[in-house]
Write a protein that binds this ligand. Sequence first.
Ligand SMILES: Cc1cc2nc3c(=O)[nH]c(=O)nc-3n(C[C@H](O)[C@H](O)[C@H](O)COP(=O)(O)OP(=O)(O)OC[C@H]3O[C@@H](n4cnc5c(N)ncnc54)[C@H](O)[C@@H]3O)c2cc1C
Ligand SMILES: NC(=O)c1ccc[n+]([C@@H]2O[C@H](COP(=O)([O-])OP(=O)(O)OC[C@H]3O[C@@H](n4cnc5c(N)ncnc54)[C@H](O)[C@@H]3O)[C@@H](O)[C@H]2O)c1
Length: 502
Amino acid sequence: MEREVDVIVIGGGPVGENAADRARAAGLEVVLVERELVGGECSYWACIPSKTLLRSAAALRAAQRVDGAKQAVTGGLDVRAVLARRDYWVSDWSDQGGADWLESIGVGLERGHGRLDGVRRVVVERAGGDMVVYRARHAVIVATGTDPVIPPIDGLAESRPWTSREATSVTAPPTRLVVIGGGVTGVEMATAFAGFGTEVTVLARSGLLSGMEPFAGEAVANGLRGLGASVRLDAAVERVERTTADEVVVTLAGGETVTADEVLVATGRRPRSERLGLETIGLEPGDWVAVDDTMLATHADGNAERPWLYAVGDLNHRALLTHQGKYQARAVGDLVAARTLGRPEETAPWGAHVATADHSAVPQVVFAEPEAVSVGLTAAAAERDGRDIRVADVSFASVSGAGIHADGYEGQARLVVDAGRGTVVGATFVGSDVAELLQSATIAIVGEVPVDRLWHAVPAFPTMSEVWLRLLEALGRPGTADAAASADGDADEADESDEAAA
Ligand SMILES: Cc1cc2nc3c(=O)[nH]c(=O)nc-3n(C[C@H](O)[C@H](O)[C@H](O)COP(=O)(O)OP(=O)(O)OC[C@H]3O[C@@H](n4cnc5c(N)ncnc54)[C@H](O)[C@@H]3O)c2cc1C
Ligand SMILES: NC(=O)c1ccc[n+]([C@@H]2O[C@H](COP(=O)([O-])OP(=O)(O)OC[C@H]3O[C@@H](n4cnc5c(N)ncnc54)[C@H](O)[C@@H]3O)[C@@H](O)[C@H]2O)c1
């Protein structure tokens, strides 16, 4: 017998949970299907554990950078306490809290593996082996996330490599760790383990953090080296062999070897869509699910006649970040409710039911040493986009708030401005504790605030936010000679004007 509900959500990670919440808040009957833990990868094996593994050492380093405080730091990191704090934040890998929350908001929880079975039909295989079939009166929202990629490197799959799951759920840090991949996961996990005292070697095939401005990856590579890690750029891994239970040997092109206790693979993600029944609705199993700005799966059977299948979060490959997936989920949950209840749809750019920001204003914080944070376009991406840009580069050395925050503060900031429109299209900050600066830049980009108006958004003295003033000075004050001068070229000779302004 089929059970009928208004909306079925497959995948109870942060994104699926939010979609279910929004649809339910509008009064729809919603069931959420989850095969592992309610809360998903982010809560148990990604964002939350990785950030708790990083935070204690970062706090310790922060104290060590401030004279008067550093004298009070008389011991090292208590790794056991760090791991216990991580365990608390992942609720010892119990999702009771998540399940209780779903119950409290009236969303039904179906535990099992969900798969599509034709238009608006979902089959759930429960753990015990029995099946239950659901029919959605209105919509199915898929939010099944991603798995790590294990690249086809000779011997790697057989050498029991760690993925982000083993790294974030570690119970005893290894003495030596090799990290393959210089993206966000590789960099953050290398930082965390270096903080624990593990001998870390990062093997990156190009620079670190290639999606960011080049100076971000350079600063993070230097920071990792400062923590005692070895960072090998342009390193091609040819072969991996587990020689004993606690030893793995990684061979690079050219024959050099690196020996470690564990090898962590952090080389990207692939969609969890292989056993999702995509073939029953005209899509390809194993592929990312392509969507439009309303998250409607563009090529799914039946969607053209009456929209029903939406894909949100990592699975649609728009932005593999929890906050961006949750943003999509809020839009979709509300859109499905509007469509079901016959309310107006707001699907024009920046409307309530579209995820417009995915294209131009995705913020990301890399919790490394130093932090590297960005939103919007890099200078190179803006140029590829055919924009006429101006770039302002400044050092935090000229920001009093930064100097007070930490002795000898080092950091760098960049604004990318669309010269034609006079608005910010990208921002990058690198330095200790810059994460909280990011939202100001996100608001400037999403609000399309004219740069001239930003002169009236006065940063408080003496905070790190005064970096905004330095960036504006580098671009030139409206109506003055320096504006005309800096408009003639890039503003990255900013350091001189910083000194003048300091
Ligand atoms: C190490 C690491 C650190 C990260 N740190 C951050 C960070 O600090 N900030 C940030 O924004 N992002 C971070 N990310 C990215 C973030 O984890 C993802 O963007 C986020 O988890 C995506 O959420 P999701 O709900 O789409 O997928 P997931 O969190 O993967 O959840 C999907 C859920 O669907 C379930 N599922 C899958 N298939 C089925 C099925 N067929 N039937 C039933 N259930 C199914 C899974 O069990 C899972 O619970 C990190 C990623 C990694 C790997
Ligand atoms: N703080 C955060 O927001 C955070 C933290 C971790 C992960 N994430 C998200 O999770 C996603 C996955 O992160 P990730 O770091 O696994 O993927 P990624 O795509 O960010 O980086 C993967 C890296 O591995 C490299 N690589 C690929 N194949 C390789 C090979 N064969 N040998 C050596 N290097 C190879 C790539 O060049 C790239 O630099 C990202 O989109 C990221 O945004 C976010």
